[in-house]
Design a protein around this ligand. Structure first.
Ligand SMILES: Nc1ncnc2c1ncn2[C@@H]1O[C@H](COP(=O)(O)OP(=O)(O)OP(=O)(O)O)[C@@H](O)[C@H]1O
Ligand SMILES: [Mg+2]
Length: 267
């Protein structure tokens, strides 16, 4: 079935409502992104005093207690920390997928809390690529369609969308799985599809939550190599959450989440 016809039935993308009418009216300010991307002197992504509390259950949990970070253009940052330390929580806040209890997140100098839902979605599509810890692929769509989604949101011509999505899936070794749905892919293949979806837009910042967690060492390194290659070629920054010190060691710096604060790792 043609991609666009199926897309018209799609109600959500990345877990959010997908409103084509709103996108029609969206004027995407790419100039600002391009400009900041090439100056190299301002952070592409930063947060200040980031606090996140969860009120669920009997008590209040303060997961993040005042996190500061500034990610420079082209910089590669690893975030490590024990299970439950708040790594996913932090990444979701940095990606504008959740709202902080206190503090601010700034993408290209713009506070994302100050943006409405549509503008925030546009900012994410233009500037950020997110690899979720648990892939979040749309189950009713094929690998190719999942990877194509962020480009379709941009209203890119269909032949270009397909070519770019196929290229990325080929680069993660899934050229023979284009028409498989997530339920027909292995865990590692799903994760690679999710990585391809995050990279297909050549985002300024890739936020990856354990992108190689389900992969054998060899495949994991190949996926990381692709991210590092993109980092070199297009100057995209990387923020990678990982438990694997072999991967963390390939980044420019390693930060550790400990007791709700982000500190330089002692490794
Ligand atoms: N929606 C939520 N409601 C209540 N508590 C939450 C919620 N999301 C996360 N938490 C709690 O916040 C803490 C941090 O969770 P988070 O997922 O950020 O950890 P993590 O460092 O990514 O761990 P892992 O390495 O296991 O993935 C955990 O104790 C978790 O139980
Ligand atoms: Mg996590």
């Amino acid at each position: 079935m043609p991609l666009l016809i199926r897309l018209a039935r799609c109600a959500t993308i990345d877990g959010r409502r997908f409103d084509l009418a709103a996108l029609e009216n969206a004027v995407i300010d790419t100039e600002q992104f391009e400009h900041v991307r090439h100056t190299g002197s301002d952070p592409v992504l930063s947060c200040r005093g980031l606090v996140k509390c969860f009120d669920e259950g009997p008590g209040r949990i303060e997961v993040l207690k005042g996190v500061d970070i500034a990610v420079m253009p082209g910089e590669r940052v690893a975030v490590i920390g024990a299970s439950g330390a708040g790594k996913t929580t932090l990444l979701q806040l940095l990606g504008g997928l959740d709202t902080p209890t206190a503090g601010s997140v700034t993408v290209f100098g713009q506070d994302i809390a100050g943006l409405n839902g549509t503008a925030r979605g546009r900012m994410r599509n233009r500037a950020l690529g997110f690899v979720y810890q648990f892939h979040h692929l749309l189950p009713e769509f094929t690998a190719l369609e999942n990877v194509a989604m962020p480009l379709l949101v941009r209203r890119m011509p269909m032949n270009q969308v397909r070519a770019q999505a196929v290229e990325l899936l080929t680069r993660v070794g899934l050229q023979d799985r284009l028409t498989h749905r997530p339920g027909e892919l292995s865990g590692g293949e799903r994760q690679r599809t999710a990585v391809a979806r995050a990279l297909v837009t050549e985002p300024a910042v890739v936020l990856a939550d354990e992108p190689t967690g389900n992969l054998d060492r060899n495949t994991g390194q190949k996926v990381l190599d692709l991210m590092l290659q993109m980092n070199r070629e297009s100057g995209s920054s990387l923020v990678v959450v990982t438990h694997d010190m072999g991967i963390a060691g390939q980044m420019d710096r390693i930060l550790e989440l400990e007791n709700g604060l982000l500190v330089t790792a002692n490794v």
